[in-house]
Design a protein around this ligand. Structure first.
Ligand SMILES: [Fe+2]
Ligand SMILES: [Fe+2]
Length: 474
């Protein structure tokens, strides 16, 4: 059951009146933000079958029920403390994890938390118009589930800011509600979170690829020496996996339907004639969101990343799986880079300075499994087409490849060729217009699905696929 406290939590909030008051002061501002910048058109008259985190018990941490979106209970939940948790990497390896923020690391820790925090409301803003063009009630519910949980992740970061960073933290928490995705004067901090998400293909590609960047960041923050940060992000990962499930299966269902339509139409080349989403346009969306998400991992050579690691603020994803000393005072990384003339070259860099790239390596492999699964699906329909992850040099705006032009296979090309062939590789205006025409008429009927997407294999929380996942209040 959801607790009756104003802010559900497992941090004994009522024992810290000052903190409780500060958060209760922030709460109505958050709700106002949600009403203005959250899902448009579904705030007042709709009830959504949503899961709400009520504890961190692995056997049953969530509760499902119908709620009106603004009545969702955003709570503060940290994974259970590990007895005698020790720092797992960096110069303080082996020492007790920190329960308070050390003064000398106050600024970089605040920066890490604010950067993570900024992405959470940003994605809600990016996705706010999608409800009105949904392909099914099931998908509509999944969209809102992702949205409310990103809202809870914002709470998670705001809790840390309020608890451990005093006045500065409270100011940062206010600013998290003031920046806006895509806003000229006050944009969100990271570029992928300023691109609008106007089509459901974009939404699924975003949750597949950009939420997966969230996973790599959360995994590396969950290694942090700052124990409350580690515990908060560990629990966020539980929710995050559903977001990637939505993206992975959403793309998978579109691909499935495309294959069916291709078969039905006698493998005609142009599946758009029968209202499907052609495989090349899906590839272009993969190229776009994957490359934007690569940028989110930061520059290849980074002294910030080195400092975060050395000081134990942010580790590598799955730190304990790395077979080394977890200190990395020595060690080098062979980095794919470019020479002064922009030609591809290999460069040796100290391992600590290459940690953004190490995380990016982890991320690329995590993405690849989805691609392999979809390719098997296409092959099982007897269709000769393979999705590929673009080379990591393609369409980059951060790091050594910025400002240079590469095709998706990683070959250096001229600017002229880039301009000429751009629309082969990234979603074009024609693609967007087509996708918008497909979703112009939303599907709100129980158990019905838009023509371009296959139904899921099963419903949510053991409910049937034709369950009324979103209902309108009488
Ligand atoms: Fe999140
Ligand atoms: Fe997410």
């Amino acid at each position: 059951m959801i607790s009756s406290e104003r802010i559900p939590n497992n941090v004994n909030l009522s024992s810290d009146k000052r903190l409780q008051r500060a958060l209760e002061y922030w709460q109505p501002k958050d709700l106002q933000w949600w009403r203005e910048m959250g899902p448009q058109g579904f705030q007042d008259y709709h009830q959504v079958y949503l899961r709400t985190a009520t504890s961190v018990d692995p056997k049953g941490w969530a509760h499902f029920e119908y709620v009106k979106l603004p009545d969702y209970r955003w709570g503060i939940f940290l994974a259970e403390p590990e007895h005698d948790r020790r720092i797992g990497f960096g110069q303080f390896k082996g020492q007790a994890a920190w329960q308070e923020v050390p003064g000398e690391f106050r600024n970089p820790l605040r920066r890490l938390i604010v950067t993570q925090g900024d992405t959470e409301p940003a994605s809600v803003e990016q996705q706010r118009m999608l409800g009105a063009c949904c392909p099914s009630m099931y998908d509509l519910r999944n969209l809102f589930q992702v949205n409310v949980e990103e809202g809870r992740h914002l709470w998670a970061m705001v809790y840390l800011l309020h608890s451990y960073f005093g006045r500065d933290g409270r100011d940062e928490a206010e600013e998290l509600l003031e920046r806006q995705s895509g806003n000229h004067d006050k944009p969100r901090m990271l570029e992928a979170f300023n691109a609008p998400i106007e089509t459901w293909l974009d939404f699924f590609a975003f949750t597949m690829f950009t939420d997966r960047d969230g996973k790599s960041q959360l995994l590396s923050l969950s290694e942090s020496s700052l124990d409350p940060l580690s515990r908060t992000t560990r629990f966020m990962l539980t929710e995050e996996s559903h977001h990637m499930f939505v993206g992975d299966t959403g793309l998978g269902r579109i691909i499935e339907r495309t294959c069916e339509l291709m078969k039905e139409s006698g493998f005609s080349e142009d599946v758009r004639k029968v209202g499907g989403i052609d495989l090349p346009v899906i590839q272009r969306h993969i190229n776009f969101w994957f490359s934007l998400s690569l940028d989110l991992h930061g520059g290849e050579v980074s002294s910030n990343a080195a400092n975060y690691f050395t000081n134990g603020l942010k580790g590598r994803a799955e730190e304990d799986k790395h077979q080394d000393d977890h200190i990395l005072a020595e060690g080098v990384y062979m980095l794919d880079s470019v020479d002064e003339d922009g030609r591809p070259s290999r460069q040796e860099v100290p391992m600590r300075n290459a940690l953004n790239e190490v995380l990016r390596d982890w991320y690329v492999e995590d993405c690849r499994s989805g691609i392999d699964r979809w390719n098997k699906k296409i092959a099982s329909h007897g269709i000769d087409f393979c999705f590929e992850l673009p080379d990591r040099k393609f369409h980059r705006d951060i790091g050594v490849f910025k400002g240079l032009y590469f095709d998706p296979s990683g070959h250096r090309i001229s600017e002229e060729e880039w301009v000429r062939r751009h629309d082969e590789w990234l979603p074009s205006a024609v693609d967007k217009a087509y996708l918008k025409s497909l979703q112009a008429k939303p599907v709100f009927e129980r158990g019905k699905f838009a023509n371009y997407i296959a139904p899921p294999l099963r419903g949510v929380n053991q409910r049937p696929i034709d369950f009324e996942y979103v209902r309108t209040e009488a």
